[in-house]
Design a protein around this ligand. Structure first.
Ligand SMILES: CC(C)(COP(=O)(O)OP(=O)(O)OC[C@H]1O[C@@H](n2cnc3c(N)ncnc32)[C@H](O)[C@@H]1OP(=O)(O)O)[C@@H](O)C(=O)NCCC(=O)NCCS
Length: 169
């Protein structure tokens, strides 16, 4: 069952915090960062943009969300900063729906390149598989970036239908 994609409002702040924590993957300071980014976006800033996936039942529950924004100092590069789906709703297409919508919006805005940062930890293996199966390419690894044995893994996706690869080859 697909969700409705709508902006994440002030009324969903507590749900977003709970959902982020419930994934079990993020440290408390990372949960706080997700909420801070939402606050920055609700305050009218354009650096962080949010889209929520909502269950269409009576509760209009937040099932997942994504946060992205233009990468400072670049032309047409964007970071997908955050994506999280309620564990009870994972594996049913909500994350795919969110990523597709973010990419659609980025293409409208003429973004060329999407960058995603994630971890090499074993508990992030389903997350890495998620990105890889949605066309993201492992572009770089920084060993020990997050902690000893916990590497930064950077994925990218070319939104220009190969134009980027042709320009750099
Ligand atoms: C990664 C995440 C956003 C994917 O959302 P989702 O709604 O579960 O994903 P979908 O149902 O659209 O897609 C399922 C795919 O994701 C992968 N996947 C990742 N986590 C999964 C989970 N817990 N259950 C099932 N599939 C999962 C599977 O490999 C599956 O691949 P396939 O359909 O190609 O076989 C979500 O699982 C999540 O919130 N994970 C925890 C938070 C996280 O890792 N965020 C990214 C931080 S960098």
């Amino acid at each position: 069952m697909s969700c409705s994609l709508r902006p994440v409002g002030r009324a969903h702040r507590a749900q977003l915090e709970r959902l982020t924590r419930a994934t079990g993957l993020f440290r408390e300071d990372e949960v706080a960062t997700a909420v801070e980014l939402l606050d920055a976006s609700l305050a009218g800033g354009d650096d962080y943009r949010f889209i929520g996936a909502f269950d269409d039942g009576a509760e209009h529950t937040l099932a997942g969300y994504a946060c992205w924004g233009p990468t400072p100092g670049t032309t047409g590069t964007c970071d997908l900063y955050w994506i999280a789906v309620d564990p009870a709703r994972q594996g049913r297409g909500v994350g795919t729906q969110l990523v597709r919508e973010v990419e659609r919006r980025l293409m409208v805005e003429r973004c060329r390149l999407v960058v995603v940062e994630t971890s090499s930890r074993a508990d992030y293996a389903p997350t890495r598989r998620f990105y890889e199966r949605r066309g993201y390419t492992r572009a770089a690894t920084i060993p020990g970036y997050y902690a000893p044995g916990d590497d930064l893994v950077i994925y990218t996706k070319d939104l220009t239908d190969g134009e980027l690869a042709r320009a750099t080859s």
